[in-house]
Ligand binder design. Structure first.
Ligand SMILES: *Cc1c(COP(=O)(O)O)cnc(C)c1O
Length: 437
């Protein structure tokens, strides 16, 4: 169990808030964020991604968990916001986020999304490819404001968890390979033809849930060498480098991520070193953490329903499943599970935790250890704050659960549970004559 959790009378408390009370007041399944823990994590990024030689910018990748209240926090910390769709941009707008601090990503932004970004005054657009650069130049021909542009490049470094490889991988759907200098120069030239667009520099993102800090050092070295090559061939100034996100988090005891302070300082030091060594004109560096900001502050709470024994499994059925957390099914992701109502007992029970969806694969854990349990006990899953709510679906017409912050005993609702009416709100009955045989 996480050391930020407390046990009182066998029961888990999150930021001094009883899990029984959360279940009875908000019902389950429920997404819970420990607000003080979330703020603490954000403060770590703010305090440690700093340099006395370069401007630094933390851009929260909102796809990890996007909603009005989260965007308010991001604004409060002075971070910028990364959005990847018109929907995330609209959420930023409605949360009163300063849109000049928004970074718009995506490998296939539609004309409508680009127009929306231009009209709303999005600060920076990360262009993915030459066709998009041309569309952007066409669409942005009569605005007063300058839009900043970064180009996404693929430095040929692929990192997954504990391994990273330097490849000449040139077939990614994202960005343009740094080996393809001609196309990159074509994008830069295209952007420069439009006086309302300002080419600022490059962006790269090498993967997610990366523990190996050497992968980020290799990325920075590769990008800086590439920038030097480019600067020898064009007059266009490279002012900004954005190294993306992907910093690893702790889901279970097997994950041992470096402290955020170490991650931030490693990146800053390596960037300062490379920029100085190669005498680059770069003035600003950015990172785009998503998971590492929200994952560990988030929890999911379920009520245990029926129990079933099969020859090889002890099933615990819970009142949610792949609809509210698809990561175990999609990526075989592991989590720590606790019986929130019997948390001080040792974890002696080997169980299979199954959701309620009509899908045999709908398991939250195939084989994990929990404390002794009974039906109606509460099950708490830790580190679910990233890509849980944001990947939720309505499969089986299950309602998406509500989301709350907890803060020293206070429960603050931030997203309501969907109602049955919400589930069919966009549907329409058709005329009887169309039904006739
Ligand atoms: C997903 C993504 C991120 C955030 O990744 P995390 O693993 O959540 O930190 C940052 N930048 C880009 C471009 C992304 O696609």
């Amino acid at each position: 169990m996480k050391d930020t959790l407390k046990i009182v009378n066998h029961e888990i408390y999150i930021s001094e808030t009883s899990t029984r009370k959360l279940a009875s007041e908000c019902s389950t399944p429920l997404y819970i964020y420990d607000l003080p823990a979330l703020k603490k994590r954000m403060a770590e990024f703010k305090d440690h991604f700093v340099s006395d030689k370069l401007n630094t910018r933390v851009i929260y990748a909102s796809k990890a968990f996007s909603c009005l209240a989260m965007n308010q926090l991001v604004k409060q910390f002075g971070f910028s916001l990364d959005v990847v769709s018109g929907g995330e941009l609209y959420t930023a707008l409605q949360s009163h986020f300063d849109l000049s601090n928004v970074y718009f990503h995506g490998n296939n932004k539609s004309d409508d999304e680009l127009k929306m970004a231009i009209e709303l005054g999005v600060g920076t657009i990360i262009v993915d490819n030459l066709m998009e650069a041309k569309r952007l130049v066409q669409l942005n021909n009569n605005t007063e404001r300058k839009i900043h542009v970064l180009l996404r490049v693929n430095p040929g470094i692929e990192a997954h968890t504990h391994k990273y490889i330097q490849t000449a991988f040139i077939d990614s759907k994202f960005g343009i390979s740094t080996l393809n200098i001609e196309e990159i120069k074509a994008v830069m030239d295209t952007i420069q033809t439009n006086p309302n667009l300002q080419f600022d520099g490059f962006h790269a993102h090498i993967g997610s849930q990366i523990f190996e800090l050497d992968a980020f050092k290799a990325e920075i070295e590769k990008i800086c060498q590439f920038v030097q090559d480019i600067q020898n061939q064009t007059q266009i100034n490279v002012h900004t480098l954005d190294f993306g996100g992907g910093f690893g988090v702790r889901y279970t005891d097997e994950d041992q991520p470096a402290a955020i302070s170490t991650v931030c300082q490693t990146i800053v030091n390596e960037a300062e070193k490379q920029i100085a060594a190669l005498d680059l004109a770069v003035k600003e560096i950015c990172i785009e953490p998503g998971r590492s900001i929200v994952a560990e502050a988030g929890y999911q709470l379920y009520t245990i329903g029926d129990l079933k024994q099969t020859p090889n499994r002890n099933y615990i059925f819970v009142d949610g499943g792949m609809t509210d957390n698809i990561r175990p099914v999609l990526y075989q992701a592991n989590y720590d599970f606790d019986i929130a109502t019997n948390a001080d007992a040792p974890k002696t029970q080997s169980v299979c935790i199954a959701g309620k969806c009509c899908e045999s694969g709908d398991l939250l854990a195939e084989n994990t250890l929990v404390q002794p349990y009974q039906t109606h006990d509460l099950l708490l899953v830790s580190s679910t704050g990233a890509y849980g709510y944001s990947m939720a679906s309505n499969y089986n017409k299950l309602a998406i659960p509500s989301v709350v912050f907890v803060d020293h005993g206070k429960i603050i609702p931030i997203i309501k549970r969907q109602t049955y009416q919400n589930l069919i709100a966009r549907e329409t009955l058709i005329d009887q004559e169309l039904l006739n045989l």
